[in-house]
Design a protein. Sequence first.
Length: 283
Amino acid sequence: MHTPDTRTETWVLGAPNSTVDRTVPGGVSTADLATYCLMLGDDALVLSGRLSEWGARVAELEEDVVLGGIALDLLRQARTLLTRAGEVEGAGRDEDRLAYFRDASEFRNVRLAEIACGPGQTGDFAATIARLLVLSTWRLAIYERLVGTRDPVLSDHAARCLGELTAHRDHALQWTIRLGDGTAASREAMAAGLERVWPLTAELFRPHPVELALAEVGCAVDPSTVRDRVATTLDEVLSVARLDRPDPAVFDRSTGPGGRDGVHTGAMEFLLAEMQYLARSAR
């Protein structure tokens, strides 16, 4: 079994700083732990890439700064998680190789993170906000429980990210209310955005065998356990926004392989082509 260095590397202005024990807890499969870190890291990396696409194309200058900041937060989260995945895996792959030199089938992110919600003909700002609302609410619920994991690196990472994830959720929450409780046109746009992302929400709560195996030994969160928490939060937000919640039963309709299994939407290939172009062309 591969045992990584027993120090945690965090980054202070780009420089590594060793602070937390990196030893894999006893009784934990290194292969499962590496895969789980990829799952969480890929969620953050892919969503960061999607939010970065907005650039200066939002309607308000301040929103350009905020979305860029959220994307940067997610990128930092992805870096920590992919670094952990690489060291536990023990195959000599660092965070850059994992981010830029894997094909779509090797990524383990949920599909909601990868679909094209805009800008452009494939989506709009309201759909982007709807996705951010759902994903940030879900990730915050996961991370609140992940703080108690037996893996010291994941526990430390989760605790450090709670403030960021709360801010991400609150930003999406405020926009959802602003659009839903605004003009007839903005309310229609927000409702359409929710309908756009809703079919992919059930996948968030379907546990993968790796998640279940690690949850049994206290090193992961079974996503099915946060379903009610997420649903309650979304119901509260949509009520204030005067928006109808899309079909609640959709939360339970997830069958067949999904992003956690490396099965992605057609949009994933195009996203990776853009994200990985410079790194691959420089080889």
